[in-house]
Design a protein around this ligand. Structure first.
Ligand code: G3P
Ligand code: CA
Length: 241
């Protein structure tokens, strides 16, 4: 069965990368989450997509220039101002603590392509191990050097390269860096690439799949997982097939 991973939580209907979005994704029937990790000035791992807080909070500036206690004062509701209360930027620890009480899997994307956060891999791995979640986490990044480092530090935790462009044989590339799967943009994941990858024992989890016809195609070809902003819609389509 193709798993449904809720992209930035339930980003279509709730403030992305917040505890509210993650909890609602679980209620909507998602099998797992996808989330983005950046690091604060005092070295804390926080769940936010952009290097800057400007788009998704009422603050301004780079995450890396904030101390955690100041970052936590920001309101991450952004365009969802009608929600009754403020949402904080979650720490990765907060999400993993909650996740460990659920049956969900989680794709942690290291956002370290633009800012190469020193020691991020070690910190993420330590936290995953502390919460005993090694078998439910996939570490991904557009920074493939970083995921190889992660694999060398913790071979028991799965890694997956993010691929924004199509490769002729992405499964061979994944195997060459010891990844058990890869996460392509959905346009770079035609049926024949998915089938050849699965036949080679390599998992494929395309992002960010929101169109009904694409979700249906990926469920039908038995893709490993889809990463979607709309877990409820995906669930409805999967349940019909
Ligand atoms: O993990 C897949 C996807 O999240 C990568 O793109 O920009 O949404 O983090 P982005
Ligand atoms: Ca992401």
């Amino acid at each position: 069965m193709t798993l449904i991973l809720a992209h930035r939580g339930y980003a279509a209907e709730y403030p992305e990368n917040t505890m509210l979005a993650f909890k609602e994704a679980e209620k909507a029937g998602a099998d797992g989450l996808e989330l983005d990790v950046q690091m604060t000035r005092d070295g804390e791992l926080v769940v936010i997509h952009d290097e800057k807080v400007d788009r998704t909070t009422d603050g301004t500036g780079l995450v890396k220039d904030y101390k955690l206690e100041d970052l936590r004062k920001l309101d991450a509701r952004f365009k969802f101002q009608s929600l009754p209360k403020k949402e904080q930027i979650p720490t990765l620890a907060e999400v993993l603590e909650w996740l460990s009480g659920t049956g969900m899997v989680c794709n942690i994307e290291l956002k370290n392509s633009i800012i190469p956060y020193e020691g991020m891999e070690e910190k993420v791995i330590k936290m995953v191990r502390d919460y005993d979640l090694s078998d439910r986490i996939i570490i991904s990044s557009f920074n493939h050097y970083s995921i190889v480092q992660s694999y060398l530090l913790a071979p028991e935790i799965e890694i997956a390269p993010l691929l924004s462009e199509g490769l002729y044989m992405p499964w061979i590339y994944a195997q060459s860096i010891k990844a058990k799967g890869f996460h392509p943009h959905w346009r770079a994941a035609p049926d024949q690439i998915i089938t050849a990858s699965l036949e080679s024992g390599i998992d494929v989890r395309p992002y960010t799949v929101n169109k009904e016809a694409e979700l249906e195609r990926l469920f039908k070809v038995n893709c490993t997982a889809v990463i979607t902003d709309e877990p409820a819609k995906a669930r409805r389509i999967r349940d019909k097939i």
